[in-house]
Design a protein around this ligand. Structure first.
Ligand code: FES
Ligand code: FES
Length: 149
């Protein structure tokens, strides 16, 4: 079957199978910035934005993306570089496994919440597993990025 959607500002028509998850379809179509990790909805590595909200693409059936606005890291390179620089400054880039998904989640948070509280930030990070840090560096980096005291 075919679905029509918008990916990173371009209208696309993609062939999908009923059982395929969006992470696979995006990667098959060249969006290799979307990473695969656990593929069970637990690590956050596959995070993309759907209609500007962070979504785990390994748990989202591709057919549901009909008519949606999809953003992958390829479509937000300047913002991703900015977010990444704040994370690096706070020493958050240890093994780097969590970084692609974390960056997309932070970009989604910036779009949705102007002045997040620490609780908002913590809630936003619940889908992004980082096995190397205790999230303290991420919290510092996000607060600095968003000008939160
Ligand atoms: S690959 Fe999607 S949550 Fe881990
Ligand atoms: S830096 Fe290693 S999992 Fe986050």
């Amino acid at each position: 079957m075919q679905i029509k959607l918008n990916i990173n500002g371009s209208d696309k028509t993609l062939d999908v199978k009923p059982h395929e998850f969006l992470v696979e379809v995006l990667r098959e179509n060249g969006y290799l910035g979307v990473k695969k990790g656990c593929e069970t909805g637990n690590c956050g590595l596959c995070t993309i934005l759907i209609d500007d909200k962070p979504v785990l693409s390994c748990s989202y059936l591709a057919v549901r993306a009909e008519g949606k606005k999809i953003t992958t890291i390829e479509g937000v390179q300047a913002e991703a570089a900015e977010v990444g620089s704040f994370l690096v400054e706070e020493g958050v880039d240890q093994c780097g496994y969590c970084s692609p998904g974390l960056v997309m989640t932070i970009i989604g948070m910036k779009k949705e919440i102007e002045n997040p509280t620490e609780d908002d930030i913590r809630n936003y990070l619940t889908n992004n597993l980082c096995r190397c840090t205790g999230y303290v560096g991420q919290l510092r980096a996000i607060k600095k990025l968003m000008g939160v005291e």
